[in-house]
Design a protein around this ligand. Sequence first.
Ligand code: ADP
Ligand code: MG
Length: 460
Amino acid sequence: MSTPNFHDLISDAQLHKAIDALGYTQPTSVQLAAIPDALAGKDLLVSSKTGSGKTAAFLLPSLQRILASPSANTNSTRILILTPTRELARQIVKNAEQLLRFTSVKVAMICGGEELKYQKALLRKNPEIVVGTPGRLAEHIAHKSTEFSGLEVLVLDEADRMLEMGLHEDVLKIANTCATQRQTLLFSATLEVKGLRHLISQVVLGDAKEIHIDDAPNRINQQMILADDIKHKEKLLIELLAKAVYEKVIVFTNTKIKAAQLDGLLRYSKYRVSALHGDVTQDQRKIALDLFRQGKTQVLVATDVAARGLDIPGVDLVINFDMAHSGDEYVHRIGRTGRADAEGRAVSLVSAADWNLTKGIERYLRVEFEKMALPGLTASYKGPDKTKSSGKAVGTKKKEPTKDKKTSVEKIKVRERDKKNIGKRRAPSATNKSVDVPTVVVDGFAPPKKKISRIEDADE
Ligand code: ADP
Ligand code: MG
């Protein structure tokens, strides 16, 4: 039997025309798996790797649903999509508009950084589809300017990230104003964050079906370069940007201050740079990303605000100026490259301060970063003198700043694929054991999370 195509999955002729216009010929694995269940009205919890086409996996069945039947309640929004960042909301609006180009269905974007009054007017026009960030939408709910009583589909894209940003209450507040007979769809490449099951139990009203796609990993060449200190990292960055072959590059930092500094440094070095972080105004953020998308800037310096969901053609290099705070965030950062089966490269600059985190991430992802050095810029730092079986440095604990103590407790990562039988409460399968990492369970292998600075750049 041949694999189903879009005609087997979606019946609406206008959607077909739009799918053709986008050049999609075959549904991706996640689309094949999720679309029929979504069309059957099931609540879903879906994970699949970055760049695998999750957006269309939730948009197509939702749009098919509203195109197939008129609304029972013409005042109400029919589809509501929540995302952690404004940039991702804008991208989803664009995707939805592309799919709806042969119809008259309207999409409204409701995010922070824009005028409430203007958004209230938008909402008064009863848009069938609303895409937005939870903070601002919760504000509109307080003002009673939304109408979700007839909502048919609620989508939480990058659901885990919204939780990490502390948006649980806002998401809940919004969900509580949505029709109870709605369908709820949660999507992300990573769905293991603490508290997510709790949120799901509150937001998903029935039993959610879990779909976890275990395709071959993305083709991203993951490398690391040892660095002595920040000044050395800056030299490495300049050298990498000068010598590496790339079309577009994203440079990630852990703080907005560092992102702003690198923006300045790279401009001074005559690079065409866009900057995206919480200290940039909404207008500037939009312009920065537009310029980067259009290729008018070649470098994007960003905090984790740009780590989730953004689909920018031509990004073939990601540089972690600072190592990501967690394995999941690392996955999302490097997932800005190697999308839709393209190849990509990720280079992390690793100083003594990043060492343990880096080792934790390698173990968590079961990869070994390829070590490389740049001629003339080899670090004096060669890694810790003594390492534990985990690869982490021996005796460095005390040097860690005390404020991180509380959050540096390690937890054992349970991968989604080991939890496929979770509903049956069966013990996780032997997958962990079969992996060739003997010390996996001994001291855990999820890298520590430093929540404080992640929320620093919370969006709205
Ligand atoms: P994810 O949300 O899983 O990270 P996206 O939904 O952003 O991934 O999709 C990644 C890229 O793949 C986008 O550029 C999108 O247009 C493209 N894409 C999605 N579905 C298909 C398809 N069926 N065929 C070809 N390209 C697709
Ligand atoms: Mg996505």
